[in-house]
Design a protein around this ligand. Structure first.
Ligand SMILES: Cc1cc2nc3c(=O)[nH]c(=O)nc-3n(C[C@H](O)[C@H](O)[C@H](O)COP(=O)(O)OP(=O)(O)OC[C@H]3O[C@@H](n4cnc5c(N)ncnc54)[C@H](O)[C@@H]3O)c2cc1C
Length: 552
């Protein structure tokens, strides 16, 4: 794909994760069956497929048999079938294996995997079927005509911090498409604009998120076997905070460890990365890592509002799939099979639209009907109130969950509302809990053997950004930012950021400002979600910028 062009395509897919790749593969197959020839173009901002992919992951794998019916299942690069699967309750130094599974958390029959590796495999399959995949291009603008989506445009490059054109200026490519499919993953920066513009979230619960910090380790033989799976509850979180940890045994003596924390916490100084480091000091976790080496670090948010937060999934000429549509089933922490299912259903709808040359809302509404008949509904509807129930903490949440289990998900109060995560953060004067640093005293010394400070961890993500570009995280209201975000909330951005993008700088006169080190950005998008007062907007940087995940 050349810059400075207008490119025309039948289908444009924005994002090369499982949802976008599944859309492209299934659509190519369906068009072949119908004897139709159409151009399918998939654009990915990572330098290669997989470089921006981060997941756990333990995957419900059956959906791959439907997506790739002609492929020998053993050819798909999963790691290992789950052999051991337990939930463990942690205190600071102790652990207690729960005798039974928390409902919906069983992983029997599932597979451990690196989702990045799986995506690279899917991309190869897609290209074999004629899908055109372009990596290293960030799509940063939706194109409209007569109020309807007509495609999207990649970012202009060769501009300085102020947006002034430099000698190497290259205008982005306009990609005009009959149908544009938004597969950008969590908090899709264009999907967000699309949802707002067409009010696709009207009457729905707002989306809420958690942040997951993850490390991949290489460990001595015997520390953990491939297919061993542990989920943890309790430490380092308190009764008001939602989340938990995971330990997944992989091939070649590697282990994936991570902590996922609901972004509806109150403490303005809460730091998910640092809490993750504290979690690793618990003896139940540290025994898996002993004698090992950190290989990679990364972080990503995940949408967990559930069924009631799913937006309308279509508008004229456009569909939304995967995490951009909020298709994750909590409490199972599973989104990959739903991303792939939504991609396949979007493909089915797209094939129909192409054969009738009709991309109107009324035809595309088929997609939402198909979703309601699928495993997406089957998995998400029974737990439709799950996450909202925990907004008041573990005790109230567990009671809610109990009532939901005996009422098929309804609970005793019907549809529970969700609230934007940023509204849960308390100001410095409102927050009465124990200060974060005191809570984890002695646990945040970061020995650089088993625990790491943020900057060191960021190094292990391979992150890089071109110096010459408009800063891709923008303070929305510079005039009020200092008074609200710095004075009232103590620059909570410096703590919630997974990758040391935000630094509170105090000059010799005591004047404070938030400095932005956008070059560290992991693309987790927490700032877009958690910054108080709608403080920050995250948008895509230059294509190929960001982390360089190998096996996350
Ligand atoms: C810590 C963590 C643990 C998880 N564990 C599990 C698990 O164990 N099992 C499970 O099933 N699920 C798990 N999930 C959820 C699962 O990873 C997601 O549901 C799934 O990856 C969603 O797929 P997707 O294609 O919608 O989005 P993604 O996988 O996020 O892919 C989106 C792609 O779009 C690209 N993109 C975004 N915007 C643009 C743009 N504007 N221009 C160009 N490219 C763009 C991104 O770079 C990315 O490559 C986990 C998630 C996290 C964060």
């Amino acid at each position: 794909m050349q810059n400075n062009d207008t490119v025309s395509t039948d289908i444009l897919i924005i994002g090369g994760g499982p949802s976008g790749l599944a859309t492209s593969i299934h659509l190519a197959d369906l068009l072949k069956l119908k004897g139709l020839k159409h151009r399918i173009l998939l654009i990915e901002k990572g330098s290669s497929i997989g470089s921006h992919i981060l997941s756990g992951a333990v995957i419900k794998a059956d959906v791959f048999k439907s997506l790739l019916p002609d492929v020998d299942f053993n050819e798909i690069p999963f790691n290992a079938r789950v052999t051991t699967d337990s939930t463990v309750f942690l205190s600071e130094n102790g652990s207690f294996k729960l005798p039974v599974h928390v409902p919906y958390m069983s992983n029997s029959g599932n597979y451990t995997a690196s989702l990045g590796q799986i995506c690279r495999y899917l991309a190869k399959k897609a290209e074999e079927k004629g899908v055109e995949i372009y990596t290293g291009f960030s799509v940063n603008e939706i194109l409209y005509k007569d109020g309807k989506v007509i495609g999207a445009k990649t970012i202009d490059t060769g501009v300085d911090h102020h947006g002034h054109q430099l000698e190497n200026f290259q205008p982005g490519t306009r990609i005009e498409a009959k149908l544009t499919i938004f597969a950008e993953g969590t908090r899709g920066s264009l999907a967000k604009i699309l949802i707002q513009k067409y009010e696709l979230d009207k009457g729905k619960n707002c989306q809420i998120y958690s942040l997951g910090c993850k490390e991949l380790w290489s460990v001595p033989e015997g520390n953990i076997k491939p297919g061993e799976v542990y989920h943890t509850m309790g430490y380092p979180l308190n009764l008001k905070e939602f989340g938990g940890g995971f330990v997944y045994g992989l091939n070649d003596n590697r282990v994936a460890v991570g902590l996922v924390v609901g972004l509806d916490y109150e403490d303005p100084a809460f730091d998910t990365h640092d809490a993750f480091q504290a979690w690793k000091t618990n003896p139940f976790i540290s025994k898996f890592l002993k004698g090992g080496k950190l290989v990679e670090y990364g972080a990503k948010t995940l949408p967990e509002g559930g069924y009631y937060s799913i937006p309308k999934l279509y508008t004229d000429n456009a569909l939304i799939v995967g995490d951009s549509a909020g298709l994750i089933t909590m409490p199972a922490l599973k989104g990959v099979h739903l991303a792939i299912t939504s991609g396949m259903l979007a493909a089915k709808t797209a094939a129909e639209a192409l054969s009738k040359n009709n991309f109107s809302e009324s035809l595309l509404s088929q997609y939402e009907s198909l979703v309601k008949e699928s495993v997406i509904y089957k998995d998400m509807y029974p737990v439709r109130n799950f996450r909202q129930g925990f907004s008041k903490g573990l005790v109230v949440g567990s009671v809610h969950f109990g009532t939901q289990l005996i009422t098929g998900g309804a609970g005793f109060f019907g549809k529970l509302k969700s609230h934007p995560d940023r509204e849960a953060t308390k100001t410095l004067s409102e927050f009465k809990g124990k200060p974060f640093k005191e809570r984890f005293k002695g646990k945040l010394d970061f020995d650089k053997v088993q625990t790491f400070d943020k900057v060191t961890d960021v190094f292990y993500s391979g992150v890089h950004h071109d110096e010459q570009q408009v800063v891709h995280v923008k303070i929305n209201n510079p005039d009020s930012f200092s008074a609200i975000n710095i004075k009232q909330y103590g620059a909570t951005e410096q703590y919630f950021c997974s990758s040391e993008v935000y630094e509170l700088h105090t000059d010799k006169n005591g004047h404070q400002e938030l400095r932005i080190h956008a070059e560290n950005c992991m693309h987790c998008k927490t700032c877009d979600i958690k910054s108080p007062g709608d403080g920050i907007t995250w948008s895509v940087p230059n294509g190929g910028n960001g982390p360089e995940f190998q096996n996350m």
